[in-house]
Ligand binder design. Structure first.
Ligand code: SF4
Length: 177
């Protein structure tokens, strides 16, 4: 997986002060995407051990509430193995930090169930990633539904999903802040 950059202090992509990992590569291609230069999977630089340590170090600062995974598309097939490792490292080394993830996919409740294999090879990996997150913002950016007053999302079709509640209820539950 390549990444475009690590933003060490951000307040626009999730609750509180956050670090953002902007991954390279997106297979969704929303019309009007704010960041089309991130669609190329070869853009940016490889997410290597040094980048992982830089991210963990930035995230460990006491005023940082958590990590946001954005891009590009963190759930693009090619990015799943490294995104899984990033989530696992945060869960093991900084369990007090929360994880937000942005995806262009429209998710269903069973996508968060890590015991279910829905068929394609990396399905379980995607489910495990989603189950390690606290909040997931889903859906394509739809420029006809653009609304600049919305917090943490660009268009009104996108949902801010509370992962723990979704898993407990086995239906999509929205984050209430
Ligand atoms: S999923 Fe995100 S990065 Fe990909 S095209 Fe849509 S808005 Fe752009």
């Amino acid at each position: 997986m390549n990444y475009i950059k690590i933003t060490k202090t951000d307040i626009a992509n999730g609750a509180g002060v956050r670090c953002v990992l902007w991954v390279a590569g997106c297979d969704v291609h929303c019309k009007g995407c704010h960041n089309p230069c991130s669609w190329d999977f070869d853009a940016g630089q490889p997410f290597d051990d040094a980048a992982m340590e830089e991210l963990i170090d930035a995230l460990s600062r006491p005023w940082v509430q958590g990590l946001t995974l954005s891009g590009g598309h963190p759930l693009a097939y090619n990015n799943l193995p490294e995104i899984y490792q990033v989530c696992k490292a945060v869960r093991e080394r900084l369990p007090e930090k929360d994880i937000w993830l942005y995806t262009g996919y429209e998710l269903r409740a069973h996508d968060f169930d890590k015991s279910v294999d829905i068929g394609w090879d990396n399905a379980l990996l995607m489910n495990h990633i989603l189950a390690m997150c606290d909040v997931v913002v889903d859906g394509k950016y739809d420029e006809s539904l653009r609304n600049i007053s919305l917090k943490f999302r660009g268009s009104s079709n996108q949902r801010i999903i509370d992962v723990k509640k979704t898993i407990a209820a086995n239906e999509i539950c929205l984050w209430e802040g």
